[in-house]
Design a protein around this ligand. Structure first.
Ligand code: RFL
Ligand code: PHB
Length: 389
């Protein structure tokens, strides 16, 4: 088998890259280790920046997003028992769109199938070879039979635990990491959300986040201990803790209901440099992770593949490698700024046991200052809606 670009991973970065390349007439095959249902069963991001929305339209998958996505002009910061608004549209002229990663992935999967693009699901033992020389190829086993795909380029879109980054010789890659001493316990429930604007709450008991997937489906999170197990958190315990961390005017709007998904995610900041190794490119979570506090992970993944698809289009169309050669530098410049924002927002909103009551007071002082400073609110809004590609 042969293709121009072999894409490892059918998460949002792999599928969006495939759709964008297809738009440019570039042949690609996606190889994914899991089943489509497994990929769709992972409940993750919910907030899309305008850059991401524009790329989904460019890829030809913006129709349902335009009809069903909810536009937010602002988000909410809750602390000290009060509710404050960070105006996004007023300060930046941009909004964010609430539309779940599951739906983005479903739209991309349907589009890929309808366009007849090849996707291999449930591929075992995926391995990447020859990217430092002239014969890059990907191998895997499907139903016990060895398969080989020769290609011009390999796109490593296989997430944080993927095989692509792990296949790069240790001396060629540098990594930067910060692990946070807590996780997020998230639930999905078919109850009306407390607000159509996303609420980030700083509370003595720990951080809480109120988000949504639609007008009838809520996605809520509370900061939890890394030792906690999902089984230890009954729905009743979750609802009680969530309500305790919100100001009364928001807590009063909670409608409780049975969880349809419940999971714990650890929080991490991570960057691998560079993002290109010969004929292998990394994109999305394969090369960087942000804590979810700024809602940047999926958006960074989209930005990476936006840059990469344009660079590959230049390579094949205009016969110029300038953009391919610049991909890693350009993508990392944007990645590091989102790393900074996500780290800062995480640090300001969560309880860090080791920082004690002094740390908690510093956070409130910073939040108070933020709400008194037009300049700082503009900085926050500008980062939240997303930096340009
Ligand atoms: P993914 O989604 O992890 O997809 C990688 C795919 O590669 C497959 N794979 C392999 N395939 C073949 N061979 C192998 N050896 C393979 N190893 C792995 C995997 O099965 C998978 O299908 O990475 P991608 O595409 O780069 O997308 C990144 C996003 O998923 C991620 O950044 C976001 O979900 C992060 N995130 C959020 N991002 C936002 O922009 N806004 C948000 O509001 C937001 N909220 C979140 C989040 C992530 C969360 N968790 C659980 C990590 C909330 C949470 C709770
Ligand atoms: C979500 O809806 O899952 C979500 C929203 C905002 C965040 C993180 C996650 O910052």
């Amino acid at each position: 088998m042969r293709t121009q670009v072999a894409i490892v991973g059918a998460g949002p970065s792999g599928l969006l890259l495939g759709a964008l390349l297809h738009r440019h007439g570039i042949d690609n095959v996606v190889i994914e280790q899991r089943s489509p249902d497994y990929v769709l069963g992972r409940i993750r991001a919910g907030v899309l920046e305008q850059v991401t929305v524009d790329l989904l339209h460019e890829a030809g998958v913006g129709e349902r997003l335009a009809a069903e996505g909810l536009l937010d002009d602002a988000f909410v910061l809750a602390f000290g028992g009060q509710v404050h608004s960070i105006e996004l549209f007023k300060r930046t002229g941009k909004r964010v769109t609430v539309y779940g990663q599951t739906e983005v992935t479903r739209d991309l999967m349907n589009h890929r199938a309808a366009a007849g693009m090849q996707t291999v699901y449930e591929a075992d033992d995926v391995a990447v070879h020859g990217f430092d020389g002239g014969s890059p190829h990907v191998t895997w086993r499907k139903d016990g039979i060895e398969q080989r795909l020769d290609c011009d380029w390999i796109a490593g879109c296989d997430g944080y635990h993927g095989v692509c980054r792990a296949s790069v010789p240790a001396g060629a890659i540098q990594t930067f990491e910060k692990v946070y001493p807590f996780g997020w316990l998230g639930i999905l429930a078919d109850v009306p959300p407390i607000s159509h604007e996303i609420v980030y709450a700083n509370h003595d008991r720990g951080f809480a986040l109120a988000s949504l997937r639609s007008r009838t489906r809520s996605r809520y999170y509370v900061q939890c201990s890394l030792d906690d197990k999902v089984e230890d958190w009954s729905d009743a315990a979750f609802w009680a803790e969530f309500a305790a961390r919100l100001p009364p005017e928001l807590a009063g709007r909670i409608v409780e209901g049975p969880s349809i998904e419940k999971s714990i995610a650890p929080l991490r900041s991570f960057v691998a440099e560079p993002m290109r190794f010969g004929r292998l490119f990394l994109a999305g979570d394969a090369s960087h992770i942000v804590p979810p506090t700024g809602a940047k992970g999926l958006n960074l993944a989209a930005g990476d593949v936006g840059l990469l698809s344009r660079a590959l289009a230049e390579h094949y169309g205009e016969k110029s490698d300038a953009a391919l050669d610049d991909y890693s530098r350009r993508a990392l410049a944007r990645v590091w700024k989102a790393e900074r924002f996500s780290w800062w927002f995480t640090t300001m909103m969560h309880r860090f046991p080791e920082n004690g009551s002094f740390g908690a007071r510093m956070q409130i002082a910073e939040l108070d200052y933020l709400m008194s400073s037009e300049a700082m609110q503009t900085v926050v809004a500008e980062n939240y809606v997303g930096l340009p590609l």
